[in-house]
Design a protein around this ligand. Sequence first.
Ligand code: S3P
Length: 169
Amino acid sequence: MKIALVGYMGSGKSYWAKRLAESLSYPYVDLDIMLEEKALNMSIAEFIAKRGELAFRKIESATLNELASEEGDFVLATGGGTPCYYENMEVLNAYFRTIYLHNSVQDLYTRLQHDRQHRPLLAHIEDAALKEFIAKHLFERSYYYEKAHLRVNAASLTIDQLKQLSAHG
Ligand code: S3P
């Protein structure tokens, strides 16, 4: 079975996907890392600065489609925007068991406040405007995230819960 974690930047997708993969003995795939190493040959931030976000979204979607057609089990950490472009959320739901890592705006803000220099969509936001930006952006994106097969509360999540849910729902 292929499992994909979706959710906003800073929601813990990579952390939990890695832990879930370890505990299931599945390979772990990080879409951002795969893009940077295999498709873009540079950091996402650099690519977006050079070619624009739309060009990034096209390559992101093409890479997701390739992963969807791969045989075998693995756990995928998507990028925060992956479900929100093209038919990506439909592709994710068709080929993966999808889990939305839900976080409160406050938790995301606390985490992203000091960890956003490498995140091209947040790096230019003024400190004073960040929380409001996250709240609006999360609201817009929730429409896609909520289409996931399962939604978990990231603040109280345990690996046993995640493992159980990913197997039985
Ligand atoms: C993005 C999130 C990033 C990365 C890119 C765009 C987004 O991934 O894919 O910078 O649009 O939310 P993380 O969610 O892993 O930070």
